[in-house]
Design a protein around this ligand. Structure first.
Ligand SMILES: C[S@@+](CC[C@H](N)C(=O)[O-])C[C@H]1O[C@@H](n2cnc3c(N)ncnc32)[C@H](O)[C@@H]1O
Length: 375
């Protein structure tokens, strides 16, 4: 998809031209586009590995990456990323410079391209500006100008999100502003398959990052011991269908949600969904990858029981694991997990801990390896 054909060198002298932070990589298919990827804290490394398949990636912070790519279709399919934005750097000291014709033409062309690439079933409904001082006259003028040029109304709940901020000095060679155009009507993290709102469901980009860390392949036999609404296994099918996938949950409501999610996602591959207590449900001891996101707080069950459950889950997982198996436990019960792992009978060695951050919560992934002596 062709975008603009700009020259960063020329932009230094001609302040009216919008230019890209990366030098444009011109090819027969069109120049590469600078994309800003927003990620949740803890997902950055997995997001970098995923995005690097599309082009060079710079890590800007724990929540932001920059990608230079021509493959905008693949950008919209990134799984570890919350949102992807096309970036336009306007070489101007003041945001009024964004109103210059060349910048506006560039933004309008990109908005047109973004809309063209969006399915008609989920159209853009309006332009929403997000900026420090979004209500100031200059920001309102930018919103009105973009609205007029694109034919989309400027509204507070518009789903074409336009973020405006000072450009990072590491990106632009002189004082500049950056305009970010979200490439999709909803964040990428809001999966279309999530048709049931299951309390305590893990964020899909965190799930995708955890699956990347567990390195699950087509030969693996995977068990999610406390699958809830099925986020891990549905996300896994989007990448690689494992040889076997089993999801167990005590709750029939959870398993109904998981089935609905798998149906809506329409990925290839089978999942055996089981209503039952994973501690007692008969299962073959064959699993090479085991996942668990146990209940926490009072959301499912009682807090005290949930604590005891961590130890029981690890012991049960050791019974069901194949030799050399790996396990990922995503939990808020950090101290409890450390205590459980000190017990040699738990059957697992700690590989590492990985912290995530989402909406005020800091769940941690414990990556574990099956102890050889018990294999
Ligand atoms: C935090 S939720 C899991 C959410 C899930 N990762 C998702 O994305 O929807 C924890 C789940 O553990 C289940 N659970 C608790 N004890 C269990 C047990 N002994 N066997 C199977 N499932 C259990 C609960 O019913 C609950 O659905």
């Amino acid at each position: 998809m062709a975008r603009r054909d700009t020259d960063p060198g020329a932009a230094g002298g001609a302040r009216s031209a919008a230019w890209s932070a990366h030098s444009a990589v011109d090819t027969a298919e069109g120049p590469a586009v600078d994309i800003v990827l927003e990620v949740l804290e803890g997902c950055g490394e997995a997001a970098r590995r995923e995005a690097e398949r599309l082009g060079p990636v710079d890590i800007i912070s724990s929540t932001e990456l920059r990608l230079c790519t021509r493959d905008l279709t693949a950008v919209r399919a990134l799984r570890c990323v919350v949102s992807a934005y096309e970036s336009v750097i306007a070489p101007t000291r003041r945001p009024t410079g964004i109103l210059e014709t060349s910048v506006m033409q560039d933004l309008t062309a990109r908005i047109r391209g973004i809309r063209r690439a969006t399915p008609r079933t989920t159209p853009f409904t309006g332009i929403r500006i997000a900026a420090a001082g979004a209500g100031t006259p200059v920001m309102r003028r930018i919103a009105e100008e973009l609205s007029e040029r694109s034919g989309l109304p400027a509204t507070e709940d518009g789903n074409l999100l336009v973020r405006i901020r000072r450009a990072d000095p590491g990106i632009a060679r002189e004082a500049s502003w950056e305009v970010l155009l979200r490439t999709t009507p909803r964040p990428l993290s809001a999966r279309a398959w999530r048709v049931v709102d299951y309390p305590g469901a893990v964020n899909a980009t965190i799930a995708a990052s955890i699956l990347d860390l567990l390195d699950i392949g087509a030969d693996d036999e995977v068990l999610d011991m406390t699958c809830g609404s099925g986020t891990f296994l549905v996300e896994q099918l989007a990448v690689t269908a494992p040889a076997r996938a089993v999801g167990v949950d005590l709750s029939e409501v959870a398993i109904d949600a998981a089935r609905a999610h798998q149906r809506a996602a329409r990925h290839k591959g089978r999942v055996e969904w089981v209503v039952g207590d994973v501690l007692t449900t008969p299962l073959d001891p064959v699993f090479t990858r085991i996942l668990s996101n146990p209940p926490w707080g009072e959301l499912h069950g009682e807090h005290a029981e949930n604590l005891a459950l961590h130890g029981a889950l690890l012991r049960r997982a050791a019974e069901l694991a194949a030799p050399g198996a790996r396990m990922g436990v995503l939990t808020h019960e950090i101290r409890r997990m450390h205590t459980v792992l000190e017990d040699p009978e738990c059957g697992w060695s700690l590989m590492d801990e990985h912290r995530f951050f989402q909406k005020g919560h800091h769940p941690r992934l414990f990556r574990l390896r099956r102890r050889a002596s018990r294999g």
